[in-house]
Ligand binder design. Sequence first.
Ligand code: ADP
Ligand code: MG
Length: 685
Amino acid sequence: MDLTTLAVTRLKGVGSKQAEKLARLQIKTVQDVLFHLPLRYQDRTREIPIADLAVGLEAVFSGVVLDVEVLFHRRRSMLCTIGDDTGEIRLRFFHFNNQQRDKLQKGVRISCFGEIRRGRQSLEVVHPEYQVVGAGGSAITAQTLTPIYPVTEGLHQLAMRKITDQAISHLDTAIVAELLPAPSGEITLKEALHTVHRPSPSVNAEALVQGQHPAVQRLALEELVAHRLSVQRVREKARLQRAPCIQMPSELCARLIDSLPFSLTGAQARVIDEIAIDLQTPEPMLRLIQGDVGSGKTMVAAAAAAMAVGAGYQVAIMAPTEILAEQHLASFTQCFEPLGLKIGWLKGKLGARQKRDAIESIAMGQTDIAVGTHALFQRDVEFARLGLTIVDEQHRFGVHQRLSLREKGIENGQVPHQLTMTATPIPRTLAMTAYADLDCSVIDELPPGRQEIKTVAVPNSRRSEVIERVAVAIKEGRQVYWVCTLIEESEVLQARAAEDAVAELAGHMPDVAIAMVHGRMSSVEKEHTMLEFKENRVQLLVATTVIEVGVDVPNASLIIIENTERLGLSQLHQLRGRVGRGSVSSSCVLVYESGLSQRARQRIGIMRETNDGFAIAEKDLELRGAGELLGTRQTGVMQFRIADLMRDKHLLDQAKQLSEQVLPAHVPALVERWMGDEAPEYGNV
Ligand code: ADP
Ligand code: MG
């Protein structure tokens, strides 16, 4: 049996509905299931005495029900106190029915699993999993560590475990081809997959979670090889293509720069020169600009656009969200309308007629610069003579999406040049792998006169002072971000944490307009809320870490980040960059739970010391060398499934060597296995 092609619907319990949900996770075949790896593990293999339960721990514990009460505060909730020989803990339920309430009688013994949180009076667990056990019964424990998979709305962990159970049992009889040359010694692909999905209790769980276990390393290595091969192919094919040669010096670009109310920073001028050199040559430019938030990337993009338009070509600018696209529209209109250029606007919500007009104007070549979201990709948008595409916040788009924008412009065998921009700096050594298909430019200088963001760290025990500070800032006319963080796999729990924070803050500030963005909202809802915040109709925005990168709200001058200890440096820096965009001085308050690990303390120290994104990225690399659960998925740098460039930097050389030795016949299968739909099609890149 070939698992590469065996459809998921061949697994028990996977009907068309389930298959649809799996497809959202890029899972179509049984092989895809096997390469859909856990984010982390829960240790349900042993019971923890109640006295040993600590905040943040996810644990199995058991006890006898001592008290049950239903409260009617802001929200109806049920509070159940249980105890064992060592202590007591409270279970809190916001959603419960009568049957559940009746079952939890005093004296009943239950086994629970959940994350321990600090409650108002004592430790508590919100919505634990629980089961009534007989009088003398013991806690319910598991045989192996419990994997937690990335899931999607309507697909639960339990269902995911049943699906992976079946896929794993296929591993015994079917073939999952070894595609790396001379499988690197100790561990086979099959063993690695077994271990990662169902680690036996003897496996060092810590090493697995931290990604240092040989099984994880084996998979990470393979993924790095696949990634390398894939981007190499992209690069090679791109080299064979031709792009328009744009004459320099560009008169329009000079006029643009003259018209600015400020002079360019040295870094901006240097990067603009690098772009000019690329654009003159017939080889398509594939360049990435890395620059910290506020470093002035938009100006550099505008200069590049001026060069292309000045030479008679059109330019397409694509942003991942409507708000970001709208910001670009505003900047480009401001720069270019005085110079007589026509800017077009393509967005999802345009009326039929406006849309037709916009598309026609682009097709006729009347629009010089088209700004938009994914709508730009749509088949029915054709450019008359596209010479340059600019992609902002490129990490939000896959390699494939970036490429498809380039394909738009293919005409007479010519492809447009491409400029991409990111505000997520990564150290040079890693950029070579992460962006192997791109040339990199770095804007490592901020425009003069920027206000530093003042960063302080405050323990959660002083939460009321933090809330007071928020209230004061809002009274002074400022706007505030409040970021809630929870362990990442459950958008449901994250949303609940945000709801709780909103309820708490509303209780202290009844007159303030508070809104919320979280991952369970549709992108339309999220954008709507962000817009309300941008337009100052909302003063306090409570958000989970989904909060938009790059959205400019100059009046927001205070950001509170909860559970700071759970976030990596790069992510903290990104979040902090939401403020400090106006002329008023801004602050960032890092709220942490007491009992910080040494590493968490170091991270907070660095955040307080510096605002420099590159310095922070370097530190991140250093600190994370020893590995910690700060998934790459959160940093937004590069969407690897299992490899973590920072953690696995020692594998990069080996991956390079191996990639040169992979049999050419194995390359497509290897790339497909790891990159799935992201894989560039080999035929027509
Ligand atoms: P980002 O790199 O985050 O996209 P932007 O391009 O949005 O940054 O620039 C941030 C702000 O700095 C904008 O208001 C822009 O007009 C301004 N700016 C850009 N370059 C300079 C400069 N050389 N001197 C002064 N202000 C600048
Ligand atoms: Mg920007």
